[in-house]
Design a binder for this molecule. Structure first.
Ligand code: NDP
Length: 443
């Protein structure tokens, strides 16, 4: 796809869904089959679903939206997001618009270095056992690489061996834990399966050189050798909104950031906002989002206290935002080449590889966080959020078609976004329609 694709699609959100699809179809030259995948019509064949998991009985759908306006390292990205929560797609698009007008996000990502863990017990003297393992490093690496010759041929594979001695959880009378880390460059893959093969494959050699016994061997989802970072720098004047000057909005965001740095109770919600964006793209692009979540939160605790993944501060007339987190993503492996909807989602992303994908993910997380803090630090999120939530409430109350918007607007106007109120409004809109009356009554 040529680099003339823009993520700045003015008025896109006002178009009917079919016109949005037509526009995207033209931009990305999508086939009718690919458009069907975006529509979600038969996205995942039940036969395929049955091959993917156990006890399959069907498939499960989520709304798929497109995050717009994102510009990372000078390149535009349209971001597919699978998410049930209102406001998430709008927030990313809104924040990205402000950031693109300030020069866009700048991002970078480490190479795909993952960690395989092997736990050794009954090894005797920890210092000697460590020496024996490190003396056998080349042998261990060669054995590790023998399991994945194609990976080595691609330029990836096992790179290093590290040993960690950890205090016994039972106290000084317990055997300290001896953990061997195999560092593996998994290239375009997230890598879990290939790492697990390596960890299991090198265990007998580690037992042999230490004289110990290996029980557990698997990857670590704390992928802290595979970090992605994004920053943005927004002139204060561009933040003016809600009849407030930019300085005040920026101060609200910086104060919110300080709060999250000091307080894990706040940091958990701050990071939930970051993950609102990242999880949605992860699901749409077939990533192991449980791994991303586990890695992000473990990384947030790395200093001994749970902290925010992103921070904001004022610098020389600008609001500066930064995010750093582990992102074990893949453009191959797992369901990525299997799920046809994922293929179309990745086509829209137009990334050349997994590192670029990680950069976009990091920028999405920072954008999402910016949008939330901007509202939280000024007028609060309820106004915007309730407007979106009102539609859900209207549907729950039985509204359909054009009535959804009507009921939602009246709910917001009434300042009372509740199902009971929605039923009342719906009944007053269509008092004589028996079908609706029944729905209204039965909820
Ligand atoms: P796969 O095993 O499905 O696929 C990875 C394979 O793709 C590689 O081993 C490689 O095989 C092949 N490949 C082809 N081209 C490339 C390339 N350019 N770069 C890298 N590999 C390439 O997936 P992963 O090993 O990535 O594992 C991810 C899956 O594991 C996810 O579904 C995840 O849910 C699951 N999982 C996750 C766990 C966790 O704790 N998070 C635990 C267990 C499983 P070859 O070299 O032979 O061509």
């Amino acid at each position: 796809m040529s680099d003339t694709v823009t993520s700045r699609l003015a008025g896109f959100h006002k178009l009917p869904m079919e016109e949005r699809l037509a526009q995207i179809g033209r931009m990305f030259r999508l086939s009718e089959e690919e458009l069907e995948q975006l529509r979600g019509v038969g996205t995942l064949d039940p036969v395929l679903a049955n091959q993917m998991i156990e006890n399959a009985v069907g498939t499960f759908s989520l709304p798929l939206g497109l995050g717009l306006n994102l510009n990372v390292n000078g390149r535009d990205y349209i971001v597919p997001m699978a998410v049930e929560e209102p406001s998430v797609v709008a927030a990313v698009s809104f924040a990205s618009k402000i950031v693109r007008e300030s020069g866009g996000f700048v991002a970078e990502a480490d190479e795909s270095m993952m960690i395989g863990q092997v736990q050794v017990s009954n090894y005797g003297d920890p210092v000697k056992a460590t020496e024996h393992i490190l003396d056998a490093k080349e042998q261990i690496l060669a054995l590790a690489n023998s399991f994945h010759p194609a990976m080595v041929a691609r330029g990836g594979g096992a790179r290093d061996v590290e040993v960690r001695i950890l205090p016994a959880p039972e106290g000084p009378r317990g055997e300290p834990l001896l953990i061997v880390h195999i560092l593996i460059d998994t290239q375009e893959a997230m890598g879990a399966n290939l790492i697990n093969t390596v960890a299991e494959g090198v265990a007998p050699l580690i037992e042999q050189v230490t004289g110990g016994k290996v029980y557990l061997r698997i990857l670590s989802n704390l992928a802290d050798r595979r970090l992605a970072r994004a920053t943005c720098r927004i002139p204060l004047r561009m933040l003016a909104d809600f009849d407030l000057p930019g300085e005040e909005i920026a101060e609200g965001i910086a104060q919110a950031s300080r709060f999250a740095e000091a307080d894990p109770y706040r940091a958990a919600t701050h990071n939930k906002g970051v993950m609102n964006g990242i999880d949605a793209v992860a699901i749409a692009t077939g990533q192991d989002w449980r791994s991303i979540e586990a890695g992000a939160h473990a990384f947030a605790c790395r200093g001994g206290q749970y902290r925010p993944l992103s921070t904001w501060y004022l610098e020389e007339g600008h609001l500066v935002g930064r995010i750093e987190l582990p992102l074990a993503l893949g453009t191959v492996g797992g369901p990525i080449k299997v799920h046809p909807g994922v293929q179309v989602a990745l086509k829209l992303m137009r990334v050349s590889g997994v590192r670029e994908l990680s950069m976009v993910f990091a920028a999405v997380g920072l954008a999402q966080n910016f949008a939330a803090l901007r509202a939280l630090g000024s007028v609060g999120i309820q106004k915007g959020h309730m407007a979106m939530h009102a539609r859900c409430v209207a549907v729950t109350a039985g509204a359909r078609g054009g009535d959804v918007e009507k009921v939602a607007n009246l709910l917001v106007k009434a300042g009372h976004v509740k199902v009971e109120k929605a039923r009342e409004i719906l009944a007053s809109l269509l008092p004589d329609t028996p079908g609706v009356a029944a729905t209204v009554t039965n909820g």
